[in-house]
Structures are given as structure tokens and as C-alpha cells.
Design a protein around this ligand. Structure first.
Ligand code: NAP
Ligand code: F7E
Length: 325
């Protein structure tokens, strides 16, 4: 593998950083696209900064994306960049469509023109299933997205399939269910809970404000899913795969386990239900069937729910200087 090269969009995000670490460890030459911010945000990739070549680019800007593909000459391209927060997609639907939807098309065009034999991974999402009528969801389950984010991801999914069919390019979709880690953004519910719990233990606040505690998700651990992305592009022919644990848990269960691990059993005293966190249209329940990925790629989610919550609670307690309970 030593002579292989990979280009990652979204390298500074949760998944991009774990994937960069994995590929650097496998001997890849890794290039990451970073967008201009007023303060650089390279914390997640601090461990591989000297091994990853960073190039400026933005999925809103065709020429910068084309230039990044041209200079990196990748064997593998992982499109992980997105406006990825569902709640923000309701407030900024056009921006989300531009980045999370059309951004994929810009990248596919850049690859078609400058590295047509490169293998492309598209970060598709269980949010595409949205309003589900059957459980568990797999590669055959119809899409019914419930947010501008989900709609943009459906666009990107089909753009990826279309480039595969129209131009015989190697383009594969990973339809991944929620995956979390200590690098998860603080606005997502799992990290909001584990950070909130740690703040309560540290005496910085007494309360945690949340929305719909009944929503259920299939939550896995992000490093397991970075491994699935790599396996997806290692398959001889391009295809689409669900990545999931096969278990679903409610937000309420996540809250209970997280507070309990931090030594607090009366979590109800700390949690305030705040309707501002409800969404105009909610995805109530997601649970995936990853049998195809297991059968074809030999992949399985290794980290289960209780271990995931423990990993995240311990990391946030440690951040506030508190020893694990
Ligand atoms: P994330 O932490 O929010 O990372 C998103 C990345 O995209 C960041 O590096 C961000 O850069 C970059 N980005 C945003 N707008 C950009 C733009 N206009 N141009 C270039 N880069 C831009 O997301 P994640 O959790 O790692 O998820 C990775 C991908 O998988 C996303 O496409 C997400 O939609 C998808 N996905 C995630 C999950 C999940 O549960 N995590 C499940 C299914 C699919 P900055 O650092 O500059 O903000
Ligand atoms: O919400 C409920 C909320 O924002 C999960 C992204 O990575 O996974 C993620 O999307 C659930 C929802 O993630 C709060 O209503 C309750 O039902 O953590 P989340 P998400 O919307 O599932 C998919 C697969 C992606 O592709 C996305 O990029 O939790 N919830 N109370 C709350 N959610 C938040 N954020 N904050 C609350 O206070």
C-alpha cells in the first residue's frame, strides 16, 4: 500500500481525522482539503499534521476542488466534507444544498476531469431513509428524507450512482448510521450529553437542555466506520453499503447511561426539556442492517452502545480534569 495516495475532503472533521490517521498508518500519502476559517481548526488532526499534506479548498468553489485533485493525483478520494448538522440545515437550507448536495457534484466533476480512474467514496447517510416504514433499514430501503440535509444527501447519493453508471467511474456510497466519538461536534446530541454531564460533575452548570428524548438512533463508534470507508474502496467493484451496529437506543437511554457512568443517578433533576431543540420534521427511529458489508467487506461494528457512551463520558470528564468514576 506504500505507494497509494488518498485525498480527503472534510479532513478536519470527526470522520476525516480518524480516516487520515488510519490511512497514514497504512502508509498512504494523504492529502486533505481545508477551507479558510478565521481561526484554523486543526485540533482533530494534530497527531498526523506532519504526515498529511493540507491544500486550500472549499466545496463551494469548483476551481479549488479541481486544483486539489490535480495536485494530489489520488488513487482514492473520500468525500467527507459537508454541512453535517441536521438542525442547521433547517436554518440554512440553501447553504446546506450547496455544500452537502452540489459540493459532491463539483468533486465528481473534478475527479472525472483530472483523475478519472480514482476510486471515490461518498459519505451518504441514514438520514436519507428519514421517515421509515420498515425496520431495520438496508441498501434496498426507499429514501424519504425529513430535512434539507437529508434531501441534499439523497442528491449526492444519486449523483454518485449516476457517475458510476454514466462514466464507468469507481464511485461507492457508504450509507452510514450515526457514529460518534470524543471528536464529535458539541452540538450533536451524544456529545452535548457527555459534555453536559462532565460540566455538571465539574460544577460548571446544574442543567442540560435537550429536545426529543424519544428519538432512537443506531449509534456506533467513528473509528470503526473509518475502517469501513477504507474497506469500501478496497473492493474490486464499486457498490453501496450500509454501515450500522444493528441496535437502536433512545436519546433517553443515552442520557441515563451517561449520567450513571458519571456517578449521577437522578438525571431527571438535571435535564430540562426545551422545545427549541425540536425539529420541524423529526426522524423518529433508525436501525440499520449491515449484513451486506459483513458478507462482502468482512466489516462489523466492534464497539457497542455501552462502550461508546463510556468512551465519550470518560474523555469529557478527563477534559474537565476529573478522574473517571
Ligand atoms: P463533521 O465533523 O461535521 O465534519 C465535516 C467536515 O466538512 C469538516 O472538516 C468541515 O470543515 C468540512 N466542511 C464543511 N463545509 C465545507 C466546505 N464548504 N468546503 C470544504 N469543507 C467543508 O462531520 P463528520 O461527522 O465527520 O461526517 C463526515 C461526513 O459523513 C459528512 O459528510 C457527514 O454528513 C457524513 N455522515 C456522518 C455521519 C455521522 O454520524 N457522523 C453519518 C452519516 C454520514 P471545518 O473543520 O472547516 O468545519
Ligand atoms: O440528533 C434528538 C434529535 O443532531 C440525534 C449527523 O451526523 O447523524 C447525525 O444526525 C437525535 C435527533 O444527529 C437534542 O431530534 C434531542 O432525533 O445528534 P443529532 P442526527 O440528526 O441523527 C446522521 C446519520 C447524519 O448523517 C448527520 O450528519 O437526537 N435530540 N435533543 C437532539 N439533537 C441535538 N442535536 N440536540 C438536542 O438537544
Amino acid at each position: 500500500m506504500a505507494d497509494r495516495s488518498a485525498l480527503i475532503t472534510g479532513v478536519t472533521g470527526q470522520d476525516g481525522s480518524y480516516l487520515a490517521e488510519l490511512l497514514v498508518g497504512l502508509g498512504y500519502r494523504v492529502t486533505g482539503i481545508v477551507r479558510r476559517l478565521s481561526s484554523p481548526n486543526l485540533t482533530n488532526i494534530s497527531s498526523v499534521l506532519s504526515d498529511v499534506q493540507l491544500v486550500d479548498g472549499d466545496l463551494m468553489d469548483q476551481s479549488s476542488i479541481s486544483q486539489a485533485v490535480k495536485v494530489s493525483q489520488p488513487d482514492e478520494v473520500y468525500n467527507l466534507a459537508a454541512q453535517s448538522f441536521v438542525a442547521t440545515s433547517f436554518a440554512q437550507p440553501v447553504l446546506t444544498g450547496e455544500i452537502t448536495g452540489l459540493g459532491t457534484l463539483r468533486l465528481l466533476e473534478a475527479v472525472r476531469a483530472n483523475a478519472p480512474t480514482a476510486r471515490v467514496y461518498q459519505a451518504s447517510s441514514s438520514e436519507m431513509f428519514g421517515h421509515v416504514l420498515t425496520e431495520p433499514q438496508d441498501e434496498q430501503t426507499p429514501f424519504h428524507p425529513r430535512s434539507p440535509y437529508g434531501v441534499a444527501k439523497v442528491y449526492s447519493y444519486w449523483a454518485s450512482v449516476n457517475y458510476r453508471e454514466a462514466y464507468s467511474m469507481y464511485v461507492a456510497n457508504g450509507i452510514l448510521f450515526n457514529h460518534e466519538s470524543p471528536r464529535r461536534g458539541l452540538e450533536f446530541v451524544t456529545r452535548k450529553i457527555t459534555d453536559g454531564v462532565a460540566q455538571i460533575v465539574a460544577g460548571k452548570t446544574k442543567t442540560l437542555r435537550l429536545g426529543n428524548l424519544d428519538a432512537r438512533r443506531d449509534w456506533g463508534y467513528a473509528p470503526d466506520y473509518a475502517d469501513l470507508m477504507h474497506r469500501t474502496l478496497a473492493a474490486p467493484t464499486p457498490d453501496d453499503y450500509v454501515g450500522a451496529t444493528g441496535e437502536s437506543h433512545s436519546v433517553r437511554e443515552f442520557v441515563e447511561v451517561a449520567f450513571h457512568l458519571a456517578g449521577i443517578d437522578d438525571w431527571e433533576k438535571h435535564v430540562i426539556i426545551d422545545p427549541q431543540y425540536n425539529r420541524p420534521s423529526e426522524v423518529f427511529n433508525l436501525r440499520g442492517n449491515a449484513n451486506k458489508a459483513k458478507r462482502t467487506l468482512g466489516w462489523e461494528a466492534k464497539t457497542r452502545f455501552a462502550d461508546l457512551v463510556r468512551i465519550m463520558v470518560e474523555a469529557d470528564l478527563q477534559r474537565y480534569g476529573i478522574a473517571s468514576r
